[in-house]
Structures are given as C-alpha cells and as structure tokens.
Write a protein that binds this ligand. Structure first.
Ligand SMILES: [Cu+2]
Length: 202
C-alpha cells in the first residue's frame, strides 16, 4: 500500500506541476522570469515645468550600448568608440538644455554608466565656476546647501543611488541664478561629474 500511495502522490504532484508550468507563460511566472534576467526599461512619468535631461556617464558607458533600446539616445559616451585605456577613469554629467527659465524645473536623470550615480543641485556662487569645489578626506564635496537630490531608482527624489541603466527625477522651483549639478559619490566629482545649469529670469 505504501508503494501505491507514494506512486499516486507522485503522479498527483506531477500533474499539478504540469498544470502550473502550462499556466505560466500567460501568467505572472513568465513576467517574473523576464524581470530577473532583464530589468525592464524605467518609464519616467510626464514631469511638470521645464524638463532638463541629465545624463550620467562613466568609463563603463560604452558597455551599455549593447542594446540600443527604443527609448532614445545612449548618452554622450554611449557610442564612444576606440580604446580610452585602462587609466581612463573620467566620468561625465551632462545637462540639456543648460539654460531654463525660472520657476518649475524638472530634472530627468538617466544613468548610462556601469556604476551607480546621483545628482545634487547646488547653488553656484557668483565668481565661482563648476568643478572648483574641494573634496574632503572622504572624497566628497560639501553638499549642505543642496536644493534637491535625485538618487532613487526609477522614482522621484532621494534614494541609495541610480543603478546603471536606470533613471530618476525630481521637480524643483528654481530662482534665477547659476547652479552646479554634481554627483557626490566618493571621487566622482573629482573625476568630472559636474555641470552648470543656468536659470534665467522670466
Ligand atoms: Cu557618480
């Protein structure tokens, strides 16, 4: 009897498994498997005000051009050819457009690099140019006067950093003036992750 029961139980289990597997392609199972292997593109919602595209790039960015998605440009370094060499550790933060009217401004940030990054918005004092801030012993600059931070994977505002291939965004109210957008992960500012955003009077 034990042998028979075990056999029956095994058959029942096998039938149940078959049913589950057969039902998966149209159900959640297939979606989950796809997500595990290839994270879907982050879709940025429609953002209010003047939208500024911020692109984050690092030496690993050329690796990200393996699958030119339908959602646009791979970024300034996405199609970089040639061999910059192993000593090339430059990183880039680019802003388009670099000038917007005062008021509601949304930053739409895309990380095309191979490392996590973030974007902070710092006022740029008159007489100072971008890239002049002195990193401290932690290789980070003073961010105490930051007006906003974009560092959340596929979401608005602050998080743990924007993962490679992901995006983030924020909406701010900016007065006329000059601003420096930076990535303040250790050493990223010194490697070139800063750009100017100018806000003009209306
Ligand atoms: Cu960075």
């Amino acid at each position: 009897m034990r042998t028979h029961d075990a056999g029956l139980a095994g058959m029942v289990t096998a039938v149940m498994l078959a049913a589950v597997v057969a039902g998966e392609p149209a159900a959640m199972g297939a979606t989950t498997a796809t997500e595990a292997q290839h994270r879907p593109e982050c879709t940025v919602p429609s953002l209010p005000g003047h939208v500024v595209d911020v692109t984050l790039a690092d030496p690993g960015s050329r690796m990200m051009s393996r699958s030119p998605g339908p959602s646009g440009s791979p970024g300034p370094y996405g199609t970089m050819s040639g061999s910059p060499g192993p000593q090339d550790t430059r990183m880039r933060l680019s802003v388009t457009p670099a000038t917007v009217p005062a008021g509601t401004v949304s930053l739409r940030v895309a990380n095309t690099g191979a490392l996590a990054h973030e974007v902070l918005v710092l006022p740029l004092p008159s007489g100072q140019t971008i890239g002049q801030r002195e990193p401290g012993s932690d290789q980070r600059i003073d961010e105490a006067d930051s007006l906003g931070e974009v560092s959340h994977d596929c979401a608005a505002g602050k998080g743990e950093g924007i993962s490679p291939g992901s995006k983030g965004w924020i909406t701010l109210t900016l007065r006329p003036g000059r601003y420096e957008l930076v990535c303040n992960f250790p050493d990223h500012y010194a490697r070139g992750m800063y750009a100017e955003l100018d806000v003009t009077g209306r």
